[in-house]
Structure formats: C-alpha cells, structure tokens
Design a protein around this ligand. Structure first.
Ligand SMILES: [Zn+2]
Length: 737
C-alpha cells in the first residue's frame, strides 16, 4: 500500500504565495526574483509532503494562478487579444487571468461544486494548438530530486468540456491528442512511471454520449506510450458509466470514496483486475478528522478488492480546498482543535491509514472523531410572501420613485490600505473601538457623498466594517469559530478563511442595523441593508458533517430573519440578501439536484418571507454557471436580482431570450475583477444588448459584483462611466417612446 496525494494548498502557511504574486503584479519585484521565489515555494510544498511521509507526491499541481490556465497556456490556447511577441511571456499569462488595458480577461468559473475559480480556456475559430512547453515535466524534474513524484495533468476530456468556443469534442480532441502524447513521451523519457490525469468531468451525467471519443483518446495514448502508467483521477462524485469507463486501457483509477455511491459501484461491479486503485478515503473538501472506524472498514474492504501493491491511499481530491495546517490554531473554542484536520493533518491521516496493519496505528485511527447520525431536517413550510411580485413592485415604486434603469452597486466599496490598516490597529488594540467605529463612519459618509455625486439611485453603506462577507456574520452570530490561518484559495491570489460552524446558529442581536441607519441618515436616497444569505453562509463555511446541510441552512435563515426584521423595524426599506454561493452546493448529478434546489430556495425565503410588501428584497449572485438554474433562482422570489454577466462573454444574457424572468433584474454591466476601466461606449453596448432580451421597466444597472478589491480611483472612474452610459440609454429610451 502506498500513501499518495493529488495536490497541495498553494497559498503558503503565511500566504507567501499570495504576497509574491501581488508584489510582482505591483511591479515591486523583477521577473527573475518572482520565478526564483515561486520555485522555492514549490519545492517547500514538495518537501512538506515528503516529510509527512507521503510516498507519491504530485508534481505539476503548483501554479502561478490556476491549473486550467496553465494547461491552456501550455497548449498555446492564448486568445489573440492576449498575445504578445513572446509566446511564453508572463504578461500574456496574467493578462488572460486578470485582463489588461486593452484586453478583457478570460471568463472565470467555479470548479465543479467548489468555491475555487478556474480560468475558462477559449478556443478561437480554426485554432491550432501547439505545445509551448511541458509544465508537468518541468515540475517533475524539479521535484524528483526531493521526493518520489507523480506528474499531474488535466485530462483532455475535462479540459475540452470546460473550455468555451470549441464546437466539437472530437475535433478538439484530435488537435490536442498529439500534444498530450508528446508530453507523456517526454515524461517517460525523463523517468516518470506514473502520471495522474485529472478527469473530474467523468462524473457528469451525459458522459455516455461521449464515451466513443473518450475511448479513442485513451486508446491512442495506450498505443503511443504503452509503458507509461496513466492513472485517471476523478473526484467530487462517483464516475458515470462506471462499468464501461473502467474498461478504458489505462493503468489505474483514482476514485473519491467520500462522495456519491463509489463504494456501491465497487461492490456491485468489482474493480478491474491488475489496475491501480488510488482510493480517496480522507475527505479533501472538509476540515474535519476522518471518521476512523468507517475509514478502517472501507480499507478492509479495499484490501480484498485490490492487490496491496496496487492500492494507493490518498485524500479524495486536491487539498487546495482546505487550509494548510491546523497547527498553531490555539484560539478556538474548547475541544474543537482535536477534531480539525487541514491539509497537513489529512496527509498524516493518509499515512496512518497506510500503516493500519500496525496495531498502534489502528488504535490511533479509531480515536479520530466518530460522528453521530444526522438529525432530521426541517419540513418545508409555506414560505411565500403574502403579495405577488407585481403587487409588491407597485407598492414599492410608490415609496421609492426610482427612475427607469435604476443605478446601484453591489455592496462593498474599495477596501483601501487605510481601511485595512485601521481594522488591523483595532484588532491589535492600538486604536480603541470608538476610534475604529468613528473611522468606519467617516469612510461611510465620504462614500455616501461620492455615490450621490455620481448619481447612483440606490446607495450602499460600503461594507467597510467587514473583512469578509461570511466571516463578518459568523463573528456576530453564535455557533461559529474562526481559525487564525485557515486560508483557502478562491481565485488567483485571493484567499478566503471559511468559518467553522460547530454549534447551533443563533442571533445575538442587531448586527448591521446601526451602521445602515447611519448611512441612511446621510441621504434622501434609499440605502440597501446588506446581508449574506443562509445558503452562502453555509456553502462558504466548513459545516458539521453530522447534521443535514438543510438543517444548518435553516437555522442560519432563522437567525438572518431576525436581522431582516431588525432592519425593517428601524426603517430600512431595501434589504439585499446576497447568495453568490447559491449554486455551489448543487449536486453534480442532475438526478440529485432537485432536492438541493428545494431546500436552498426554502432557506433563502425563510430569511425574509414575512417582511412588508413595501420592503424591497434584493439578492445578488456571481461567478457561477447560473444559466440553467434560472427557474430555481426565480423561485427565490426576490424583488430585484443582480447577477454577474460580463465575464462569460454574454452567455447569460442569451439565456434570457428563452427564459422569461419575471422580476426585476440587473445584469452586471462590467467586470469588477479586472483593474481595467471599461469605457462608456462599452457599457452602453452591454446595456443595449441586455435590453434586447429584458424589459427596461424591470432592468437595473450595476457592476458584476462588489467593488472591495478595486482602488478608489478605479471604482470611481468605472462608476462614473457606468452612470454616463445609463444616462445615454435612458435618454434614447425616452426618444423612442
Ligand atoms: Zn458578487
């Protein structure tokens, strides 16, 4: 039996990786120094895994930004607008990820059902990919001195399925095949024996139709590089068409035993003889200790299915979805730390499991947490608002008297150095609570004025008091705990530190009321109350595993409902309940999606359904594949939905042709992840494009998402251009009437 791993967190224990990237972007570091530092970090990651006792360490999972972007770059899938003189320039690479002055960034989407965002590769018309360089090989050569390594690469099927602009799987596969083969050959020549080929898209229903192409791909590989062992790695669910798929001519399979019915599949159909099984027993997506007794049972079963020499024990997926180590987390509620397992602790678990023949190891395993049976979730009640959307809008419009195409923003405003410095000083105790609160008020006031001057119709207070939209509510509700360094990569250099929901969630008293009221006292225009929704709080936390998700979502919704009422009673008339992570918990298999959608919609509605008809409820969503979810989103019944739309190249806009969304909606008119300032003309065009499919009476104008990551100058300038574009379109609407 071997211990193995699929991928290691990139951030660095003290977020060194993030800092290196950001310094380089700010031009505070030369390209040579940047490469040298990254190389160093990469080798530290390899060493940490080897030191933990992992036999087979992945090479090629490390990246400057994202693994899909790496793969696209390697195959020279660089859109024309990002090309520079040198095909391998870091300029092109980061311009694809983040956009540049004259080229918008590639789209970014969530990686399966996680909160990790990947860069979507683009196939341009008649594109001929070629191999720019061999990334897994380079990383392999660097790592192999320090550890026994397995190069990892994203498999062709998954790469193509997740790309955009390629019309035929077969055609794209034909173009990529020789490049993969060359990669594999070079790896073999340099001593690699086993390669992990990630094919998570094999878990999607509908795979059956593509099986013939998949077979032709892997048959070609088997023929071209017969002595190289390819291990197909799937995760987040059981693979589809298991029986047929496992007949592929490859050397082994990596399967996720923590999700879906993987065990049943093996029990029913067996596992192909003489193949390697890389068994994901330790859950790579949560932060809890493995249930030791259950893991041992599974291990005994697997030992009878597979020759020990062919059995690899590993986490269920790459560990980029969890923080690096729980060591040093000494500020947690009592008893919690013993139950936590971050990446390093998970690797220790893997190693201990491999040693399970040893009685001491078994003893240790049995002491890992054992969770009790999940309790029953809430029964679904009637959670509808008393009036229909059209009645509500009529009443609301009487109160608000908004102009056509109302202008607003999504909530957060620039978290400048000053904001962060003050927060830190408050935490460190170098300024008092009073001083801190005064600073937040000043900043809020300054921005209320800016928004008024820019002509926004619905204002926001700016969220300066929040470090993070989930953390902030977690800190102010009971039942949440916080780690010191539990960072997880979200996209690029951005990390999040998910709270841990370890106990019942309870409302302690008003959280957002006072600051919202303060902001409202400064202006005649409506200020939106700003809350993070129950489904998002759940999906962006590490929640207990011994309770049904729906039951946790429900209890968060109950707490938020009290906050909604506190705002309403204080006179706040618009409340936005953000649900950017609404889609993340959606099961990957279509057949399991309905029940999730039902309880998620219920939890959202439960957070506000009994407000007055005049109270306008907004929600916001971003950076997920929402097109197919629109009917469900509509069921959420928010009066106004703002949704990110500019990254996907107008894809979402097109879906509104077929789906009649019948409530108010603002499709984001510009991408806030890019430092690039969109021109008035550009935004005007986007708005007009939206108005081809959505009626002006129900259309709002807003950016894609909150502006916290932008500088003040960038935010002001883009809002100004957005407002100008809105005025131009409003004028022309008047003329056409
Ligand atoms: Zn957003």
């Amino acid at each position: 039996m071997y211990s193995s791993n699929q991928g290691y967190p990139r951030m660095g224990q003290d977020r060194e990786w993030k800092r290196t990237l950001e310094q380089f972007w700010k031009k505070e570091m030369s390209e040579e120094e940047f490469s040298a530092r990254m190389k160093k970090l990469k080798s530290i990651h390899v060493k940490k895994q080897a030191d933990a006792g992992i036999h087979i360490v992945p090479a090629g999972d490390f990246t400057y930004y994202d693994q899909m972007l790496d793969t696209a770059f390697m195959f020279n899938l660089i859109p024309e607008r990002h090309k520079s003189d040198h095909p391998l320039s870091l300029g092109s690479y980061f311009s694809m990820a983040r956009g540049s002055d004259d080229a918008h960034a590639c789209a970014m989407k969530k990686w399966f059902d996680t909160n990790y965002h990947y860069v979507v590769p683009e196939w341009e018309e008649d594109y001929e990919p070629r191999l720019n360089f061999n990334k897994p090989l380079e990383d392999y050569l660097e790592a192999k001195e320090a550890a026994e390594c397995k190069p990892v690469i994203i498999g062709p099927y998954t790469f193509i399925i997740l790309s955009k602009g390629c019309h035929s799987l077969k055609e794209a596969a034909d173009k990529l095949l020789p490049l993969y083969i060359q990669c594999f050959r070079e790896l073999k020549e340099h001593g690699a024996e086993l390669v992990q080929v990630d094919e998570p898209a094999f878990v999607y229903e509908g795979l059956e139709e593509d099986l013939h192409v998949i077979f032709s791909i892997y048959e070609a590989f088997a023929e071209a590089v017969p002595d190289l062992k390819l291990l197909i790695q799937t995760y987040f669910e059981a693979p589809e068409a298991y029986e047929k798929l496992t007949a592929l001519p490859v050397s082994g399979w990596g399967l996720d035993f923590t999700k879906g019915n993987t065990i049943e599949l093996l029990k029913t159909h067996g596992f192909p003889k003489d193949k390697i099984l890389a068994a994901g027993i330790v859950d790579g997506r949560n932060i809890w200790r493995t249930n030791g007794a259950a893991a041992l049972d599974l291990l005994y079963f697997l030992i009878h299915e597979v020759q020990p020499a062919d059995l690899h024990i590993q986490p269920s997926c790459s560990l980029i979805h969890v923080p690096e180590t729980a060591e040093g987390e000494d500020g947690l509620p009592e008893g919690l730390l013993e139950n936590l397992a971050f990446a390093q602790e998970k690797l220790e678990e893997v190693v201990t499991l491999v040693n399970a023949e040893n009685a001491d190891a078994r003893e240790k395993i049995l002491q890992w947490s054992t969770s009790s049976q999940p309790e029953a979730g809430p029964s679904s009640k009637s959670l509808r608002r008393a009036q229909s959307f059209s009645e509500r809008t009529r009443l609301q419009q009487r109160v608000f008297r908004l102009p056509e195409l109302p202008l607003t923003t999504i909530g957060s405003l620039p978290q400048t150095k000053e904001v962060r410095r003050n927060r830190k000083s408050f935490k460190d105790g170098t300024i008092t609570k009073d001083q801190y609160e005064r600073f937040i008020q000043e900043e809020t006031k300054r921005w209320i004025n800016i928004q008024e001057e820019l002509g926004m119709d619905v204002l926001v207070h700016g969220e300066f008091e929040r470090n993070d939209m989930v953390e902030y509510f977690g800190e102010n509700l009971d039942g949440f705990a916080f780690t010191r360094k539990g960072w997880v990569q979200s996209y690029g250099s951005r990390g999040v530190k998910p709270p841990v929901i370890y106990d019942d969630v309870q409302w302690r008293g008003p959280i957002t009321r006072d600051l919202t009221l303060y902001a409202q006292s400064l202006t005649e225009k409506p200020v939106k109350g700003m809350l993070t929704g129950p489904v998002t709080i759940l999906n962006w936390s590490f929640a207990r595993e011994d309770r049904f998700s729906e039951s946790i979502a429900w209890s968060i919704a109950q707490a938020l409902r009290k906050e909604v009422h506190a705002l309403e009673e204080a006179g706040i008339r618009m409340i936005q309940i953000d649900e950017p992570a609404f889609r993340e918990g959606l099961p990957l298999k279509a057949s399991k999606q309905e029940s999730y959608s039902r309880w998620a919609v219920n939890a959202f509605r439960a957070s506000h359904y009994d407000v007055k008809a005049e109270t306008q409820i907004h929600t916001h969503m971003c950076y997920s594949e929402f097109s197919e979810m629109l009917p469900v989103i509509s069921e959420m019944d928010a009066d106004v939905l703002s949704i990110e739309a500019s990254k996907g190249g107008g894809e979402l806009i097109r879906t509104f042709k077929d789906f009649q969304y019948d409530k108010s909606i603002g499709l984001g008119v510009y991408d806030i992840h890019s430092p690039r300032i969109p021109s008035v003309k550009e935004m005007e065009a986007v708005i007009r494009h939206c108005l081809e499919v959505l009626p002006a009476e129900r259309f709002w104008i807003n950016p894609d998402c909150g502006l916290k990551t932008r500088s003040e100058a960038e935010a002001v300038k883009s809002m100004e251009n957005m407002a100008k574009a809105a005025r131009i379109v409003r004028e022309s609407l008047k003329q056409t009437v």
